[in-house]
Design a protein around this ligand. Structure first.
Ligand code: ADP
Ligand code: 5GP
Length: 202
């Protein structure tokens, strides 16, 4: 379970999209949110857009793996797809905030690899929020203000990547994924392989 977090605008959705396009092994956890849909977003692809009432019903029905209030809206990870992917041994990508990352770690510590994406500067963060041009000025202001709170949680993550140059940041995330997939404890098949090696007559 690869968790990507960052202050809004630092580039985690861009990095997540690149990863999903280049690595068929990853599936995206599509979150539920009560925030309004942006013009470029598609229901069920980027988010499941729900009313606050619908959200509360999902939460109270224990259908959410984690949930949090972010920038004045509710966001959550649906339980079922994540648990199905985990049971099938598939890798899943989570674009969630520090509160969600914390809850997932409490529930599934050994299965989580977490990466925090930092912007190269606050000035560039604001420029990216404006360049994305999908949020109102007030929304951008809230997100910039909340960026400091999000950044304060950087030490809770396994890896930190500064997204200055996108290609370099993406290469760093791919390197993290490659290394984590090579970890001995994620490769149960190695036991048989090594036993075979030791049995081999030469
Ligand atoms: P987040 O998901 O963290 O809110 P996005 O991925 O939506 O951020 O990126 C915010 C904006 O910044 C987008 O317009 C994106 O194209 C741009 N962006 C992302 N990474 C970089 C980068 N390294 N350099 C310049 N612009 C970037
Ligand atoms: P945005 O509105 O820009 O898509 O996302 C705002 C913030 O909410 C981002 O930090 C994003 O990572 C976070 N977020 C998105 N989905 C979830 C989720 O399912 N759970 C939690 N905790 N945060 C989420």
């Amino acid at each position: 379970m690869l968790v990507l977090s960052s202050p809004s605008g630092a580039g985690k959705s861009t990095i997540a999209r690149n990863l999903l396009e280049s690595d068929a092994g990853f599936e995206l956890s599509v979150s539920v949110t009560t925030r309004p849909r942006r013009g470029s977003e598609i229901e069920g692809v980027h988010y499941h857009f729900r009313t606050p009432r619908e959200f509360e019903m999902l939460r109270d029905g224990d259908e959410l793996l984690e949930w949090a209030e972010v920038h004045g809206n509710y966001y959550a990870t649906p339980r079922k797809p994540a648990e199905t992917a985990m049971a099938a041994g598939r890798d899943m990508l989570f674009d969630i905030d520090w509160q969600g990352a914390k809850q997932l770690k409490e529930k599934m510590r050994g299965d989580i690899v977490s990466v925090f994406i930092l912007p190269p500067s606050m000035r560039e963060l604001l420029a990216r929020l404006k360049r994305r041009a999908e949020d109102s000025d007030t929304t951008i202001e809230t997100r910039l203000k909340n960026a400091r709170v999000e950044i304060e949680h950087w030490t809770e993550y396994d890896y930190v990547v500064v997204n200055d140059d996108l290609d370099r940041a993406f290469a760093a995330v791919r390197a993290i994924v490659a290394a984590e997939r090579l970890r001995r404890d994620r490769r149960p098949g190695l036991y048989d392989f090594v036993a075979g090696l030791l049995d081999e007559e030469v």
